[in-house]
Design a protein around this ligand. Structure first.
Ligand SMILES: Cc1cc2nc3c(=O)[nH]c(=O)nc-3n(C[C@H](O)[C@H](O)[C@H](O)COP(=O)(O)O)c2cc1C
Length: 181
């Protein structure tokens, strides 16, 4: 299995980045092959649905997504949705996401936006038949202090997400259907 962790926040002091790095640490600790993508370093163009697809930076990131069987995405919650950089990444790379196992690690200001990742999850599920791990991490401001995750419960939930993702073993809709027929 090949794992990709993507940090999609562009904030230099991102908290979802800390969640994503913790997930990466737990995955590599188990001796797994993990790629880490930090959107702050990539300067991807905004999707125009046309000319951007041939840009080298877009082609590169597309390949890294294609390589992975399981993807964990660190997401900042903005306006009761994923931050636009995460949505833009999916718009740019589209069917590179086909049939991946996908999990989410969300950082939010408060507790009320708990379900706000569902728009992105639905799109990945219905457009690209991704298998969404139904055990996402959601951490609000109170879970962080001085640039680290300060809440052990959050680290524990990351461990659960990682364990579930590993157990799924890169499963997708087709492999699950075939396994049962
Ligand atoms: C434009 C904007 C919109 C936001 N909207 C929400 C929101 O709807 N719900 C929420 O709980 N927090 C919201 N927040 C707070 C962020 O989710 C919070 O700052 C979080 O740490 C962002 O993740 P990051 O630190 O990885 O960038 C918003 C922040 C910004 C800048």
């Amino acid at each position: 299995m090949s794992y990709l962790v993507i940090s999609t926040s562009l904030n230099p002091n991102s908290k979802s980045y800390l969640l994503a790095r913790e997930a990466e640490k737990q995955l590599t600790g188990g001796g797994r092959e993990v790629d880490f993508l930090d959107l702050r370093k990539l300067r991807l163009p905004l999707c125009d649905g046309s000319t951007v697809y041939s840009r080298p930076a877009v082609a590169k990131v597309r390949k890294r997504i294609q390589w992975a069987t399981s993807i964990l995405v660190g997401v900042p919650i903005y306006n009761y949705d994923c931050g636009s950089a995460a949505k833009n990444l999916v718009e740019l790379t589209g069917d590179a996401w086909k049939e991946k196992t996908v999990g989410f690690l969300c950082a939010a200001g408060g507790r009320s936006s708990y379900m706000s990742i569902m728009g992105l999850a639905n799109s990945l599920m219905l457009d690209f038949r991704c298998l969404i791990v139904p055990r996402f991490v959601y951490a609000d401001d109170s879970s962080f202090a001085e640039g680290v995750i300060s809440d052990a419960a959050v680290t524990g939930r990351i461990a659960q997400l990682v364990a579930s993702t590993v157990k799924l073993d890169g499963a997708n809709f087709d492999t699950l259907l075939n396994a049962h027929h």
